[in-house]
Design a protein around this ligand. Structure first.
Ligand code: NAP
Length: 253
């Protein structure tokens, strides 16, 4: 049974990785889509690819951390009834100890992973409440559960996502809006390449010697979580590669 046919989903971080995989999985399942990210070329390519599925697709080029721009975006989608929000936009920058931390990296991670996530959620949740229908998927992380060495600020931002997912569930008590926090372990996407600023050798090392998760492992899980009956709200899920049991235990060959 597909409960999601003809729903409208807004996906942030749609240009890559988990967000892009969610876009493809939802399109195959007849969900109409609003794709949001900063890289227009990637969004345009993806939109073209989705022609095959016969769903409605619109793209929005937006940096979620820019408060005023998010307000402009809110005006553009004023008349849209959004059923699904997937908050996937996010990033890690660097892997330094607190004592060697790079302030610009800290600012960026806090601005995108916490503030941007909040700005987008703030404009979509009232719309969902108005229609008393909606499902919000937040991308937390194993990093939000364990502060691994040198992960410090990234871990803190993902901890904030976990905390805010709980807060959303609490504040939306009594409504039909569902909130699900998904916390993946290692997923092979552009994530590490962004973290190490394009150092492909360093980023490849993260995924060497074991089979990491693929973006589709997460997107398929998200589809399952979204496609539950009205009375079912899956609030929290941790998902890791079989080789990984926590950030410190990764069985590498
Ligand atoms: P990814 O391939 O690097 O994708 C990140 C996405 O976020 C991109 O589409 C990027 O698009 C978008 N983004 C970044 N900054 C943005 C901004 N300021 N405004 C709008 N969009 C922005 O990484 P991913 O693995 O799919 O990560 C998706 C989410 O999963 C993140 O929140 C991450 O923390 C979380 N996560 C990842 C892993 C992992 O191992 N990969 C594990 C746990 C959790 P543009 O560059 O085009 O803007």
């Amino acid at each position: 049974m597909n409960f999601l046919e003809n729903n409208l989903a807004l996906i942030t971080g749609a240009s890559s990785g988990i967000g892009a995989a969610c876009v493809r999985v939802l399109a195959k399942n007849k969900v109409n889509l609003l794709l949001l990210a900063r890289r227009e070329d990637k969004l345009k390519e993806l939109k073209k690819e989705l022609d095959a599925y016969g769903v409605k697709v619109e793209i929005f080029v937006l940096d979620v951390s820019k408060k005023e721009k998010v307000q402009d975006f809110a005006k553009k989608i004023e008349n849209y009834n959004i059923d699904i929000l997937i908050n996937s936009a996010g990033l890690a920058l660097g892997l330094e100890s607190i004592q060697d931390g790079i302030l610009e990296n800290w600012d960026k991670m806090i601005d995108v992973n916490i503030k941007g996530f909040l700005y987008i959620s703030r404009i979509i949740i009232p719309k969902m409440l108005k229609q008393n229908k909606g499902h919000i998927i937040n991308l937390g992380s194993v990093a939000g559960l364990y502060s691994y060495p040198n992960g410090n600020v990234y871990c803190a931002t993902k901890s904030a996502v976990h905390s805010l997912s709980k807060a959303m569930n609490a504040d939306l008590f009594g409504s039909a809006i569902k909130v699900s926090n998904i916390a993946p372990g290692a997923v092979e996407t552009e994530f590490s390449s962004v973290r190490f600023k394009g150092d492909e050798k360093k980023s490849a090392e993260v995924y060497e010697g074991y089979k990491p998760l693929e973006a589709y492992d997460i997107a398929d899980l998200i589809f399952y979580v979204l496609n539950t009956p009205k009375h079912v709200n899956i609030q929290d899920i941790n998902i890791m590669p079989t080789a990984q049991r926590n950030p410190y235990l990764v069985a590498k060959s």
